[in-house]
Design a protein around this ligand. Sequence first.
Ligand code: SAM
Length: 242
Amino acid sequence: MADELQRWFGERVEADLGIELSDAQLDQYESYYRLLVEWNEKMNLTGITDRGAVYEKHFYDSLTLAVLPEAVSARSLADIGAGAGFPSIPFKIAFPQLEVTIVDSLAKRIRFLQTVADELHLSSITLVHGRAEDIGRLGEHRDRYDLVTARAVARLAGLNELCLPFAKVDGHFIAMKGSDHKAELEESVKSIRLLNAKLRYTRELKLPLEQSERQLIVIGKLGRTPKEYPRKAGIPLKQPLI
Ligand code: SAM
């Protein structure tokens, strides 16, 4: 049965984000929380382990995507550098019909996510171990997803080159950022143009208890990614297209 924190979480995401969660879904978040803290003792998955903080700063934060029509209408999602599964696993729990692909360069995090997917009985989820620069060149992943997300992976100018190749034409890349996003946006003008994309808008939000600011940056893909991008693994973040 849902306890006080789960009830608070369910009520907040419904009131703020328009997501109605069943008891079974609330149980999935709780199982995810337990796996996260259990595996975090063996490997570095998150600095946040307090139960309330995980629900607010990982689960709720990931679900803020739901305020964007580009996110709720998506049928396929690629989450680049998902680490312990953010934002895609909380989003997948809320929208079980979504087809999710996760790319991360650390094998042990992919192993953790496989356990999460198995124990939560998540279907239509593909876990790919590799660098986004390499995976984004493969035909099965390139120019293919309705929605691409990344949270806490890199500054936007470099991140665009890792993420935009995965989006299909007319699809979107949504970068999840903190309050200091303005300088990042200014230095991203060139990468967005070279990658055949366009900044659509940004949406500001606040976490419900902590009240810290979040920015969702929505970038639309105008045409296929030019074949010279992404450049060789390591280059996009070392020498961003600024
Ligand atoms: N998105 C998660 C979150 O918000 O908690 C994880 C953030 S963690 C700081 C960054 C993750 O990106 C790590 O798991 C790392 O392995 C992955 N990563 C970094 N560079 C990458 C690349 N070039 N390709 C794929 N994954 C990458």
